[in-house]
Design a protein around this ligand. Sequence first.
Ligand code: PEP
Length: 257
Amino acid sequence: MSKPRLFIAGNWKMNKTSSEAVAAIAELRKDLPNKPGLEIAVCPSFLALGAALEAVKGSVIQVGSQNVHFAESGAFTGEVSCGQLKDAGISLAIIGHSERRQFFGETDDTVNKRTHAALKAGIRPITCIGETLAERQGGQTEAVLERQLSLGLAGLTPEQMEKTVLAYEPVWAIGTGVTASPQQAQEAHAFIRAKLTQLFGAATAGKVLIQYGGSVKPDNVAELMSQKDIDGALVGGASLKAAEFATLLRNAACVLS
Ligand code: PEP
């Protein structure tokens, strides 16, 4: 099925120095598909955000952070506030990535607080959800998604929800080379859309962009993106090499109407 819009974001995780980020963006810019409806972002580490913003000037590429704290300021060593991000020119942030949940103690509550703080500051959140392998094998996928959505998005107005991007990332597919099949991904996305309808109403649910993440590659992106409820991708490994990411973007763009 063809789509009116797709949002593909590259999560560079703890990779690339500032100069490497600039070089990757320069290479990517040479090879970008120019298709209306295709939104593109890269999310480098905090230290490379300024250099990346300079490097994307005059292109359609957006720059996002990989996290943001919920407090305005204070004793939160190692964290970065929404105000600091906005001051640096950043209006997009990944929130609650499974690696943050797994290694840095993020919970549905902190994800909720970070999402609220971002929206209040005018930062578009990409809020991540997804089940682990044990949860999927235990038949818990829907219960986990339901909990992450209810708690993680608690208190958002429908208007705020429309501005929030969701990323469904089954943890077992992240960085493993194992991709959810297009059918498995669509099933989870349809469940998420139905839950959003319950929580925020059908009009809002229909407008929310839901990205899929988990071993998205140039050769599987088109089939994943052509699923009814998949509106984009959050891409880790395949976004690191500019040439590979450009190919992935071009292949995704073929799905656009
Ligand atoms: C991610 O980190 O969000 C991700 C989906 O990684 P990968 O594409 O490498 O699985």
